[in-house]
Structures are given as structure tokens and as C-alpha cells.
Design a protein around this ligand. Structure first.
Ligand SMILES: NC(=O)c1ccc[n+]([C@@H]2O[C@H](COP(=O)([O-])OP(=O)(O)OC[C@H]3O[C@@H](n4cnc5c(N)ncnc54)[C@H](OP(=O)(O)O)[C@@H]3O)[C@@H](O)[C@H]2O)c1
Length: 507
């Protein structure tokens, strides 16, 4: 498998989706817009629609050349649903729009307002553009006083979108199980890291989890079933289980003995904070998801199956498929693909009016080939770590998570492939030029902006491998921060650069 691949095509043992979806493609219907295409569901929906021959446009807040390469033939348009004036272009000439926008990463205090505003703007812009149909994937649950803010917001979004002349098809799902989904990664981490798990009583609520593949089948199925226009359907998997039973099933599957017992504390922020220190998912997301665990989220009926005859798989099978994907290192999208708050519109290094003043550079000469050095660079982070000074990176990441940042736990989507936009621990790939350059932008908590750049210069017989840290700040605290860390940078970067060279695979 290629180590670096900015234009990925994943090898899969599964049959292509078009053979598994029970409806027939209607590629002549006109242009289909996928919003939230940089997210977990949207990023998986696009290739399925491509396989079925649809003309597709994706709307993202930060378009990149990589998206265009990743999905040949798909047009990419910039749009921020919180800014009505940006939505005209992405919606122009669209027949059907998938609404997969979600602001969960903003945390419990902000996502509700942002999601309603985004949906309201989108509906208005879609009306003006003459869009014929909207398809929205939301959450299960009924608007009753005990419903969590997260689930209520999903329902309010459905209502906001439907509050106009464009017919909206609403699909309502509980937890989606698939490789890279937040729920899957939280449960997986808890089960694999602990032998004893104190659990709150609200884990006895009922849930009807659905696999990501079945959710995608329904999303495409309703597009290809005109009877579903303007209607709302519940979609779920084959099983109804308590969250506790879901955890037990996962432990059973992994053949791990985990003692789970009731703990008389039901304070969600505490659980979310503790869980955020030991799982890849940050506290604000866990907290919003956990709030929803108090509610039963079970399909009210299975009407959808008479129109889109999907035979949903069991929770166990969904887990096995997700684990299989992980083992094959073929995770297509991850919850971490969406930007943490304040980073979605982050300025790129090349967009800075003046390059940052504070820099630290280390370089070595190497007789290894540029391709091999680059492959070695592209393996950093995640399970492989950061070579000798690993503990320092981990400590920095742990402190970040302790203070509510993204931390180092996010890891990587794939150990073997990397593309622009991928997360590497507390970094995100901002630029990737095979065999030449990897530029990472910091997403950890910092009193400024930071980048880490790897460059390879070919000098004929040898190559110069260079690491450069860039830091931009205007505050005294930022400057203090930079000078405090200068001695550590020196140790860490020297170790890193040596590690990268030594880790080059046999040529
Ligand atoms: N994942 C699940 O387990 C699950 C379960 C049930 C239902 N659902 C529903 O499925 C839908 C999609 O969920 P998801 O898991 O794919 O979410 P996600 O991974 O968090 O992705 C959300 C997407 O929304 C985009 N977005 C956020 N704010 C935006 C804005 N102001 N303008 C334009 N785009 C914006 C994000 O773009 P950026 O990259 O720019 O941030 C990202 O692409 C949601 O409605 C969710 O309720 C998901």
C-alpha cells in the first residue's frame, strides 16, 4: 500500500455500494449537493453517489485542491451556513441538497444556536436558488422536556428546514456505528483500556444503533425513491439494546473481561471530562453525546423498509465490520475530520500577510532517497509516535487535553496514508507535496498560531531534511511561551529528525 496518497482510492473487500443499495440510480435528476462533505457521514456519502453516476457538488467551509483530487468530477464550492451570503453559489442549479451540517464540535453551550441559524440560512438560500428537495439526517427522539439538548437540536433543525416550501426528507438515526465514528471510538477505548468500568445509571436507556453502511443505504435510497419526498422516517439497525449491553457486547467481541458496575454519580460533565482524558474524543463532543444517553432512542416504526427495503445488520456485525476496517487501515472518514472550534476557517501559513517571526529550524544531510525520507515523515504521530522524545509530545498533548484542548489522543485516520486535512494527533495536514514537503498546522491550545514544516531538498548525491517550527503571536504571553519552549524544541526536533532518517525502510 502506498504510504502517501493525496488522491486516495481505498481497496475494499466489500462489494461496491451500488450492488447493495436496493433502489435504482437516477443520475439524470440534476445536480446533487452534499453539505458537510468534510464530515463523517458526508465524506462517505460522496463516493457512494459518485459510484451511482450522480452529478455532485460539495459544499465545504474550506475547499482544498485535495478534495477535488480525492473525488474526480465532483465540483467543490465554498459556503458557510452561518453566513447566508455565502450560500448562493453552492446552491445555484441544485436539484437535491443533502443537509449534513452539524456544529457538535462547538460544545454544549453553542451548537444549538449555531445549528438552528445554519439550517434557517440554508432553507432561505435553497428557496431562492429553486432547490427542489432537501434530505436531512438527524437524530431519533421526541421533543419532550427530558430530551437532551443535542437530540432536541437535531429535531429543531428538521423543523427549521421544513418550515418552507421545499419538501424535506428527514431520516432520524440513533448512534451510528462504523470505523472512525465518535461513539465507536469512545466505546472501543474504554473497553480496551480498562478492566473495571464504573458506569452511570443512565446507560440503561435503550438505543437502536445503526451501522454506517445501512445509514448510507438509506440516505441514497430515499434520494432514489420519490415517495419519500417531504416525509420523515426512523432508521435503525437490527437490535435494540441498552448502552450498557452495547459495551458488554463490544467487550465480549474483543474477548476482554471488563467488570462494569453502577456508580452512584450521574454528573455528565464529570464523566465526559474523565472520558475525554482516556479516549480520542474531546470533552465537549463527549458531553453532548452523553446527554443523549439519558433518552431512549428507538425507531417508532419501520415504514422506511417498505420503500427502501434495506435489511439492517446487527450491532455485533456493525462492530465486526468497523474493527475489520481498522485492521485493514481503511478508515475513510473519522469524527476528527471536522475542525475543532475556531480552526475551521484557520489562516493557512501561505495566507499570512507576513511570515511568522518566531522560527526554529533543524536539518540534517542524508543519503536516503527523497521518496523514502518522505514516507518516513508521513508515518509520524498516531500509534507510531514521535520517536525518542515521545514522552514530551505525550505530556504536551495530555496537558492540552487536561485544559480542554484536542490533545494528542486523536491519533490518525490511517497509519499508512495521509492527505490534506487529515489529523495527526494535535496537528492537521495543511499541505502535502509528495517527496518534498509536509506542513502541519497546530490545533492544540496555544497563545498564537503554530506550524511544523518538513522539507526535503534534493542536492544530487544527498538530501537535506529540514524541520521548521513557525510561531506567530502578538501577545507577551505568546512570546514567553515561545522562549520557554525553545530549549525543548531543540531536543525534540533533533530527535525527531534523526528518528525520521533512521526509520527509513530498507531501500
Ligand atoms: N455520526 C453519527 O453518529 C450520527 C448519528 C446520528 C445522526 N447523525 C447526523 O448526521 C449528520 C452529519 O453528522 P456527522 O457525524 O457527519 O457530523 P460531522 O462529522 O461533525 O460533520 C459535520 C459537518 O458539518 C460541517 N459544518 C459545520 N458547521 C458548518 C457551517 N457553518 N457551514 C457549513 N458546514 C458546516 C462541517 O464542516 P467543517 O469541516 O468545515 O467543520 C462538517 O463537514 C448530522 O445531522 C448528525 O446529527 C450523525
Amino acid at each position: 500500500m502506498a504510504l502517501v496518497n493525496s488522491n486516495e482510492s481505498f481497496v475494499t473487500r466489500e462489494k461496491p455500494y451500488q450492488y447493495m443499495i436496493p433502489t435504482s440510480p437516477m443520475p439524470d435528476m440534476g445536480m446533487v449537493l452534499v453539505t458537510g462533505a468534510s464530515g463523517y457521514i458526508g465524506g462517505r456519502l460522496v463516493p457512494v453517489l459518485m459510484d451511482r453516476g450522480y452529478k455532485i457538488r460539495v459544499m465545504v467551509r474550506t475547499p482544498s485542491a485535495c478534495l477535488a483530487k480525492q473525488w474526480p468530477g465532483v465540483t467543490c464550492s465554498a459556503g458557510d451556513a452561518l453566513h447566508l451570503e455565502t450560500l448562493g453559489r453552492p446552491l445555484e442549479g441544485i436539484h437535491t441538497a443533502y443537509y449534513l451540517i452539524h456544529s457538535l464540535a462547538l460544545g454544549p453551550d453553542q451548537f444549538d444556536e449555531a445549528d438552528i441559524k445554519a439550517a434557517s440560512n440554508f432553507r432561505k438560500a435553497a428557496e431562492e436558488a429553486g432547490v427542489k428537495r432537501i434530505i436531512y439526517l438527524g437524530g431519533l427522539g421526541d421533543l419532550t422536556p427530558g430530551l437532551s439538548d443535542h437530540l432536541s437540536s437535531r429535531i429543531k433543525v428538521a423543523r427549521t428546514l421544513s418550515n418552507g416550501p421545499i419538501p424535506v426528507t428527514v431520516l432520524r438515526a440513533a448512534v451510528i456505528i462504523g470505523s472512525g465514528s465518535a461513539s465507536y471510538e469512545i466505546i472501543h477505548s474504554l473497553i480496551t483500556r480498562f478492566r473495571v468500568l464504573p458506569l452511570p445509571s443512565f446507560l440503561d436507556s435503550l438505543c437502536q444503533p445503526i451501522s454506517i453502511r445501512d445509514a448510507l443505504k438509506y440516505l441514497v435510497g430515499v434520494l432514489e425513491t420519490p415517495e419519500t419526498i417531504g416525509k420523515s422516517y426512523d432508521i435503525g439497525g437490527a437490535d435494540i439494546l441498552t448502552y450498557r449491553a452495547m459495551m458488554k457486547e463490544f467487550a465480549h467481541l474483543l474477548n476482554r473481561r471488563v467488570a462494569m458496575f453502577h456508580f452512584p454519580l450521574n454528573h455528565i460533565p464529570t464523566y465526559a471530562y474523565v472520558a475525554s482524558l482516556v479516549t480520542p474524543v474531546p470533552a465537549p463532543i463527549i458531553r453532548s453525546l452523553m446527554e443523549g444517553l439519558r433518552n431512549n432512542v428507538v425507531c417508532r416504526d419501520a415504514h422506511i423498509r417498505s420503500l427502501v427495503p434495506v435489511e439492517p445488520i446487527s450491532y455485533r456485525e456493525a462492530l465486526v465490520r468497523a474493527m475489520d476496517r481498522e485492521e485493514q487501515d481503511q478508515i475513510r472518514t473519522r469524527w476528527a475530520d471536522t475542525y475543532p472550534p475556531a480552526h475551521e476557517l484557520a489562516i493557512k501559513l501561505r495566507e499570512m500577510r507576513k511570515l511568522p517571526r518566531y522560527t526554529a529550524t533543524h536539518s540534517i544531510e542524508s543519503d536516503r532517497s527523497a521518496a523514502h525520507l518522505f514516507q518516513s515523515i508521513c508515518r509520524i504521530g498516531g500509534k507510531e509516535g514521535w520517536f525518542n522524545a515521545n514522552w514530551m509530545w505525550r505530556l504536551r498533548g495530555f496537558l492540552d487535553r487536561l485544559l480542554g484542548g484536542v490533545g494528542i489522543q486523536r491519533g490518525r485516520r490511517s497509519a499508512a496514508t495521509l492527505k490534506i486535512g487529515d489529523v495527526i494527533d494535535f496537528w492537521r495536514v495543511e499541505d502535502l507535496v509528495p517527496d518534498r514537503r509536509l506542513l502541519l498546522r497546530a490545533e492544540m491550545l496555544l497563545p498564537g498560531r503554530a506550524w511544523l514544516e518538513f522539507n526535503i531538498d534534493d542536492n544530487g548525491n544527498t538530501r537535506t531534511l529540514q524541520i521548521k517550527a513557525w510561531f506567530h503571536t502578538r501577545t507577551i504571553f505568546g512570546k514567553l511561551y515561545w522562549y520557554t519552549f525553545v530549549p525543548f524544541h531543540s531536543i525534540v526536533f533533533k530527535d525527531l529528525i534523526k528518528g525520521i532518517e533512521q526509520a527509513v525502510l530498507v531501500e
